[in-house]
Each structure stands twice: as C-alpha cells, then as structure tokens.
Design a protein around this ligand. Structure first.
Ligand SMILES: CCCCCCCCCCCCC/C=C/C(=O)SCCNC(=O)CCNC(=O)[C@H](O)C(C)(C)COP(=O)(O)OP(=O)(O)OC[C@H]1O[C@@H](n2cnc3c(N)ncnc32)[C@H](O)[C@@H]1OP(=O)(O)O
Ligand SMILES: Cc1cc2nc3c(=O)[nH]c(=O)nc-3n(C[C@H](O)[C@H](O)[C@H](O)COP(=O)(O)OP(=O)(O)OC[C@H]3O[C@@H](n4cnc5c(N)ncnc54)[C@H](O)[C@@H]3O)c2cc1C
Length: 627
C-alpha cells in the first residue's frame, strides 16, 4: 500500500522525544538544521540519483562520478553554501570520489605541514578547485612502513630544485585516491637527500598534469590501479599508480613547516617535532572515527526497520507471525550494534574536540599532548572501523536472504566501508602504536612523570609496575597480547566518553533515559563478550558475570519499543540510506518486487545468449555447436 506508514505502530510505541534525540545525534540544534536541510536538498535532486550504481560498468560509473562531483560543485557555488554546508552536501551525495581526498587530505596536509607562505600560495587555488590534489604516500612496496618509502627527492643546488625520482618498481606510488585519472597535483612523500645525506621522508607539492589539456607532465607515468572489491562501490574512485623519472620541482615546493632546505643546500630542522610530517594522518583518522558512526548507524537503521517488518513463525490462531525483532537472539545481535552506533558518535565528538585542542597547542608550539592525540586517533580509528565493518556484515545477516540483494544497500555499504580497516593505517599496525604508547607510560610509572589525560587511570593499576621489565624485554614477542591490551584501552575510552556525555544536561522527554540504556548495553555487552578475561584476572566473579547477562536481557526489552524511534533519530533520508529494506515507511515487499523488474537482465524475457548456449543444450546439439 503506497503512502501508508507500515511502521507507524512501532513509532507510536516510542517513549521519548525523537526530535530532541535528533539534535543529540546531530551534535547541536544548528548542526541538525544544516544536516536536515542539505540531506533533503540532495535527496530531492535527480542529479544526485544513485540507485543505478551497481549496474554501471567501471567506465560509466567513473564518468557518472565526475558528473556528480561537477554538479555538486556547481550547486555549492550557485547556492553560496558555506564550508560546513558544502561538506555536508558531499557527505550526502554519498559517492567515493577524488573530492574526498582533495578536501580531506591534500588541503589538510598543506595546512598542517606548509609554511605561511606556502599556504597563501596553494590553499586559495585548492579551495577554488583550480587545482585538484591527491595524497601520494603509499608505494607498491611500502604502505605501513612510511620510513621505508623509496621515492627520492634529491636537492640540486645548481638549479635550486628537487629531483623527484622512482628508482625501483616497488617505489611506484600505488593507491592514492584521485591520482589515477583526476588529480592535477599531489603531495608526494619522498626520501629527502641533501648534499648526499638522507634526511628522512618529507612531503612535496608536485604538479602531475597539464592545467590546459590534462596530459601528464614530462617524466610522469600515471594511471589507475584497476578494479577493487565489490561492483560499483569504491570503484568510483581512481586509485592510482605513479612513477617519476627525474622530475624537477622548485625548492619552495617542499612542505617546509617541519624542516627546511636552504638554497645553499643546508638542511634545517625546526623546533617542531618530526612527527608533524604525519599530521595529515592524525586529522584524517579523526574524521574516520566520526564517519564510523554514520556508516554503522546506516546499517543498523536498515536492519532495525527491516527486522520490524519481517515476520517468521509464531502465528497464534491464524494471527500474524512474530516480527523477527521480537526474537531475543535477533535483539542480542542487533541492539549492541545500535548502542555502538551511539557510542561511536559520542567518542567521535570527543575526538574532534581533542584534535582541535592539540592543533591549537601545536600552533602555540606546545607539543606535550601530541603522543596522546596520536594514540587516541590511531586506536579509535582501528577500533571503530573494525567494529563498523563487522557490524555492517552482521546487519546484512540480520536481514536474511534479502540482505544479500544490492537493493538492500548493505553489500555496497560494506564494500565501500571495509577498506577503512586498511587505509589511513592498517588497523593492527595502528594498535601496535597504541601499545607502544601504553608501554612507554607503564615504563614511566613510579617516576616523576605522572600519567595524565586518557591514561591517568594507570596510576590506579599498580600491579602494572611488576610486569614492566618483562614487557620492555619482549614487545615483539608479546605483540599479539599487547594489541588486545590496546583494544581494551580504546574500549575504556569509548565507554568513559559515553558516560561523560550522560553527565551533561540532555533536554527532551526520555532522551537521557534511552541513552543510559544504550550506554549500559554497550558496557555490559563488552563485559559479557570478554567475561573470560574479566574472570581470569579476578575483576569480576562468576556471579557478576551472570548478573550482567541478566541485566543485558532486561535492557534489550527496554530498547525494543523504542528501537524504531532510536534509528529514526539518525534522520536519514531514503536517498541517503539507499535501501529498500530500510525505507522509512517499511513498505518493503512491493518495492523489492518492483526493483527486481528494473534489473537489466529483465529487459528481455528471453536472455541474450539463448540461441547460442541454452537452445543447443536443450536440443542436445551441444556436441556440434561451436561454443
Ligand atoms: C570535507 C571532507 C571531509 C572528508 C573527510 C573524509 C576523508 C576520508 C578520506 C578517506 C579516503 C581514504 C584515503 C586514504 C588515504 C591513505 O591511506 S594515506 C596513507 C596512510 N598511511 C598510513 O597511515 C601509514 C601507516 N603508518 C604510519 O602511520 C607510520 O609509519 C607508523 C606505523 C606510525 C610507523 O612510523 P615510524 O616512524 O616508522 O615508526 P615509529 O618509530 O613507530 O614512530 C616514530 C614516532 O612517531 C610517532 N608517531 C607516529 N605516527 C604519528 C602521528 N600520526 N602523529 C604523531 N606522532 C606519530 C610514534 O608514536 C613514535 O613516537 P615515539 O614513541 O615518541 O618515538
Ligand atoms: C581503498 C584504499 C585507498 C587508499 N588511499 C590511499 C591514498 O589516498 N594515499 C595513500 O598514500 N595511500 C592510500 N592507500 C594505501 C593505504 O594507506 C595502505 O594500504 C595502508 O596504510 C596499509 O599499508 P600496506 O598496504 O603496506 O599494508 P601492509 O603493511 O603490507 O599490511 C599487510 C599485513 O601486514 C601486517 N603488518 C604490517 N606491518 C606490521 C608490523 N610492524 N607488525 C605486525 N604486523 C604488521 C598488517 O597488520 C597486515 O596484516 C589506500 C588503500 C586503500 C585500500
């Protein structure tokens, strides 16, 4: 039945003010208004249609992405959108594109590592999109090990230039988004060589393509690296390969905030730490944490709405069957993910604050909180992306067979999202960074340097002092255990930031109570999942473990009547969700049925290839037919 809200009875059950929760989710009344307006603008504009993506060939998909990016830019200009509104528009257009890396990495890298003069020269061009940038760090042979990069930048004092060169096949830049076909410029990372001495990896602004006809400049071999996981999905992005053959760039195109090369060929290090070369990664990891809650909430919204629509078994006296959301097993898989979406939202908000704080301090030459910010961004990036990728897949399974259809939106969401576990730092490699930070802290316990901020709790864990020597001896040997410790530390962060959120004033009828229920689910689910660790370390008794389990079941019952309203609070349009199973009105079956007929395979009743392959088979002519 068109126009009928099949989930109205679910919405009527809710015990809290959904509009107030929408503001909590958005972060502020202002953020809600902007997000709501821009999402509706995108949804109502046929220029941003995306329901045909999975049927396009790679070339069609890519061209369509170019069209959308240009159309989005025109919309931004025509409507005089602010930076905040423009970012929201790109978000709701919901298509991986070169613009993500231009705005998300190229510009932040210049801001973080460029001098004032360099920023004044390059940022206006980038902001107006008169140049399009990518972030060319990873090579065929090295991604995680940034110090192992092989591209060289050799200073030539005769011409006051750097010579950028790829000496080996494995030094080819490999993976950068936007590089393959679009970017005109790159921040390329290369091993700096001055006066015959290697000075570590630095960033350089390199023009790749002509601004007149887009052809690669002399000395550049550049192209796309080929199809990636999933049809459609991340294939809208032109991840690229690039080789430099003694390409010359002016000296002032080395990003020189952290260190400088003079025209006489002197290498000078500022008093800012070398780690600032990694600054762009700090920024992007923080945005990735914020994005995790979006991707997870999207999958959870689909699975929750569909679980309320779907009925299997349990009919009494010819009455309706049971909604699958009423099964305790479904609840025990779905509701912890719902709680995680909210938990990641709040930890993402906090991380944004932490990043703003560290940036302000860095500008005032206070580097004291940089190691903590690195550990938090790296650890939370790892934890939230792993949980989100796993969560999207779990949501697909929660939707049964229909979850496997592209029209459910879940396969594409998974395919687009899952590389987040690898890019911007492979997740295990990042956890090892957190472990290194934790072990450094442990080794300083008992000294005059007291742990503060997110590691202040360590002063209360005195027994860590005893294991100090053992850990210092065998970091590599114990690394698998240390990674688990790093995850536990990050989980503690997530839980404590959720609790801190609840300590704030939260307006709206029943909103705080719902969030308390979700926070308890998040924490108790972790305790339940890792009860072996808690029991074996004597932190809890078997009785506590059983109580936690009982409490979880009771909390699931409290969520049940509010589940649909809790996902409505994400305020996603049907366009953004891109899922028949998750559509707002719950009118799933007619939409699924209709969508099937739109598949290109159904354009003819008898398929192409019938006369060549099916008929000979049926007529037993297969031995004589030429295949
Ligand atoms: C408006 C639009 C918004 C859109 C926003 C969305 C954008 C999303 C875009 C998404 C598109 C995806 C694009 C993907 C891009 C990429 O993937 S770019 C490539 C990213 N590559 C990596 O992440 C590589 C991972 N490797 C590393 O980070 C490092 O090499 C390493 C693992 C940390 C090892 O470094 P190394 O120097 O060799 O070793 P260490 O000795 O361990 O470290 C030295 C010290 O430096 C500290 N440190 C390391 N990283 C940082 C950092 N980022 N910030 C601060 N400090 C750092 C480390 O702790 C060590 O410190 P000490 O212990 O004190 O010595
Ligand atoms: C979709 C996508 C987009 C990307 N976009 C960009 C981009 O725009 N710009 C860019 O520069 N790069 C980009 N990358 C590259 C990305 O940053 C790297 O792939 C990533 O940093 C992982 O590095 P790697 O591929 O070298 O993995 P590897 O380090 O080779 O990882 C392979 C395995 O080795 C393990 N491992 C590695 N080192 C250690 C260690 N020290 N201890 C224990 N285990 C270890 C890892 O855990 C992993 O299991 C992108 C990648 C993808 C998939």
């Amino acid at each position: 039945m068109e126009g009928v809200d099949h989930l109205a009875h679910e919405r009527n059950k809710s015990e809290f003010d959904v509009d107030a929760m929408k503001i909590v989710w958005a972060g502020s009344p202002h953020a809600f208004v902007v997000s709501d307006r821009i999402s509706k603008l995108v949804a109502s504009d046929p220029g941003f249609r995306k329901d045909n993506r999975s049927t396009l060939s790679r070339k069609e998909l890519f061209k369509n992405t170019l069209r959308k990016a240009a159309y989005a830019w025109k919309t931004i200009i025509d409507l005089h959108l602010s930076e905040e509104e423009a970012a929201k528009l790109r978000f709701y257009v919901d298509e991986p594109a070169f613009t993500d890396v231009h705005w998300g990495m190229f510009i932040p890298a210049i801001k973080g590592q460029g001098t004032e003069e360099q920023q004044q020269k390059w940022l206006p061009l980038a902001y107006k999109m008169q140049i399009i940038g990518c972030y060319a760090q990873t090579e065929l042979g090295h991604g995680s090990n940034v110090q192992g990069l092989e591209t060289t930048a050799t200073f030539d004092p005769q011409t006051d230039e750097f010579i950028i060169h790829s000496p080996t096949l494995t030094s080819s830049k490999w993976w950068p988004g936007g590089l393959g076909k679009v970017a005109t410029h790159a921040i390329a990372y290369a091993l700096l060589i001055v006066g015959g001495r290697e000075q570590g990896v630095h960033g350089f602004i390199v023009q790749l393509r002509s601004l007149e006809d887009h052809s690669p400049l002399p000395g550049m071999t550049v192209g796309d690296i080929g199809m990636k996981f999933g049809n459609g999905a991340y294939n809208a992005m032109d991840n690229g390969v690039l080789r430099f053959d003694h390409v010359r760039i002016p000296r002032n195109q080395m990003l020189m905030r952290v260190s400088q090369v003079t025209c006489e060929g002197k290498y000078k290090q500022s008093d800012v730490p070398r780690q600032l070369v990694y600054g762009a990664m700090l920024y992007v990891r923080q945005t990735i944490v914020a994005d995790a809650s979006c991707a997870l909430s999207r999958a959870v919204c689909i699975a929750t709405r569909y679980s309320a629509v779907r009925r299997q078994f349990g009919s009494q006296n010819g009455g309706p069957e049971t909604q699958v959301i009423d099964y305790k097993t479904q609840q025990s898989r779905l509701f912890p993910l719902l709680a995680s979406a909210y938990a990641f939202r709040f930890v993402g908000e906090w991380l944004k604050w932490l990043y703003a704080d560290v940036t302000q301090r860095l500008q005032a030459n206070d580097f004291s909180t940089l190691p903590e910010a690195h550990a938090c961004t790296a650890g939370l990036k790892s934890l939230t992306t792993t949980a989100t990728a796993d969560g999207i897949e779990e949501c697909r399974k929660l939707c049964g067979g229909h979850g496997y259809l592209c029209s459910s939106g879940l396969p594409e969401l998974f395919a687009v999202y899952v590389p987040a576990c690898t890019y911007e730092g492979e997740n295990t490699v990042l956890l090892l960074q957190v472990a290194r930070f934790l072990m450094k802290t442990v080794s300083q316990l008992g000294s005059s340097k007291k742990p503060v901020g997110t590691i202040a709790y360590m002063t209360r864990v005195e027994h860590l002092m005893q294991c100090r020597c053992g850990v210092q001896r065998g970091f590599a040997e114990l690394s698998a255990d240390l990674v688990e410790a790093a995850v536990a530390h990050c989980q503690l962060l997530v839980v404590s930031k959720f609790i801190e959120k609840l300590q704030q004033e939260i307006p709206g009828k029943g909103v705080k109570q719902q969030l308390e229920v979700l926070c308890n689910i998040y924490a108790l689910f972790l305790l339940h999942k890792h009860q072996g660790d808690f029991l074996s370390t004597g932190c809890i008794t078997p009785k506590h473990a059983a109580l936690a389990n009982d409490e979880l079941r009771s909390l699931y019952s409290q969520v049940r009547p509010n589940a649909i309203a809790l996902v409505d609070a994400f305020n996603y349009t049907d366009h953004y969700l891109g899922s028949i199973l998750g559509c707002y009105d719950g009118n799933v079956y007619p939409k699924l049925y209709e969508a099937a007929w739109k598949d290109p395979l159904n354009e003819s009743v008898v398929p192409d290839g019938y006369h060549q392959y099916i008929r000979p088979l049926l007529k037993q002519e297969i031995r004589t037919a030429r295949l």
